[in-house]
Design a protein around this ligand. Structure first.
Ligand code: HXC
Length: 260
């Protein structure tokens, strides 16, 4: 499949999507959002993808936000449609039955930070700058930042970032729990690859179900969420991979998982 604004690659069980508009610091326009949704669908069809890395082209930005030039002439209806386009693409990402990793290699601002927030694991280069600067344009976050950022860093930190529009550097982002680790720019992709490959070597159904338990359970009462965990745990006992995983342990050999 070909894309105008993305580079989509697969190596073994690891997929990579690179937002590829480096001249505009990888700003998200409608085409990027549509292509992203298409790429996510296509990668899910190839069920060999067990971990997915998202990053930005060039050495300056992950994604510097939604495309301001495209938004500037919009009226309320178009703005609503544009916002929905992002919500749909990011929800697809969140619902993917494999782990997703944001490799934040530079600016992750506005819609760019919102894209990263829709991934499971966030790692940043020392060069990264993160923020929700929408208030500078007299608008609110529009691709889920007002909700996902709160869930990740808490209400007052999220309000500080959203109200001031300030950027935080990678180290500060780590301090407030926004990213997991900070590393040298040249170490970022190898690190993300390594984490992706490690996850891809586990039972794919176990990863998919664990992700769903965390995501769905987060909004549920604890007792109900724990019941769901027990049911999911039990269901996995009827899979080839569960039998293989336990047999491999007892036979002292590495398991071979097929996602069945
Ligand atoms: C369109 C953008 C862009 C953006 C950068 N560019 N960010 N184009 N949309 N979000 C373009 C610039 O216009 C410029 O193009 C080129 O990328 C390089 O950027 P410069 O500004 O020249 O670089 P620099 O001076 O280093 O500043 C980098 C920057 C700044 C601090 C990241 O570009 C910036 O503040 N960008 C906007 C960040 C932002 O406000 N993001 C949130 C957007 S609102 P030319 O052609 O001049 O070379 C949002 C809402 C999401 O995301 C929800 C929507 C529903």
């Amino acid at each position: 499949m070909t894309y105008e604004t993305l580079i989509v690659e697969r190596s073994g069980h690891v997929g990579t999507i690179t937002i590829n508009r480096p001249k505009a610091l990888n700003a998200l326009n409608s085409m990027v959002l549509k292509e992203l949704a298409r790429a996510i669908h296509e990668l899910t069809d190839v069920d060999a993808v067990r971990a997915l890395i998202l990053t930005g082209a060039g050495d300056r930005a992950f994604v510097a936000g939604a495309d301001i030039a495209e938004m500037a002439p919009m009226g309320p209806w178009q703005a609503r449609e544009f916002s929905e386009l992002g919500h749909v693409a990011f929800a697809l990402l969140e619902d993917l039955p494999c782990a997703t990793i944001a490799a934040i290699n530079g600016f992750a601002l506005g819609g760019g930070l919102e894209l990263a927030l829709s991934c499971d694991l966030l790692y940043a280069s020392e060069k990264a700058k993160l923020g929700q600067p929408e208030v500078n344009l007299a608008v609110t976050p529009g691709f889920g930042g007002s909700q996902r950022l709160v869930r990740l860093v808490g209400k007052t930190r999220a309000k500080e970032l959203i109200f001031t529009g300030d950027f935080v550097d990678a180290q500060k982002a780590k301090e407030i729990g926004l990213v997991l680790e900070v590393m040298k720019p040249e170490e970022l992709m190898p690190h993300c690859q390594k984490v992706a490959e490690k996850i891809a070597s586990k039972g794919p159904l176990a990863i998919a179900k664990s992700k769903r338990l965390v995501e769905r359970g987060y909004d549920m009462p604890l007792r109900a969420a724990n019941r769901q965990e027990a049911e999911t745990f039990a269901l996995l006992f009827d899979t080839h991979d569960r039998r293989e995983g336990m047999a491999a342990f007892l036979e002292k050999r590495p398991p071979v998982y097929t996602g069945k």
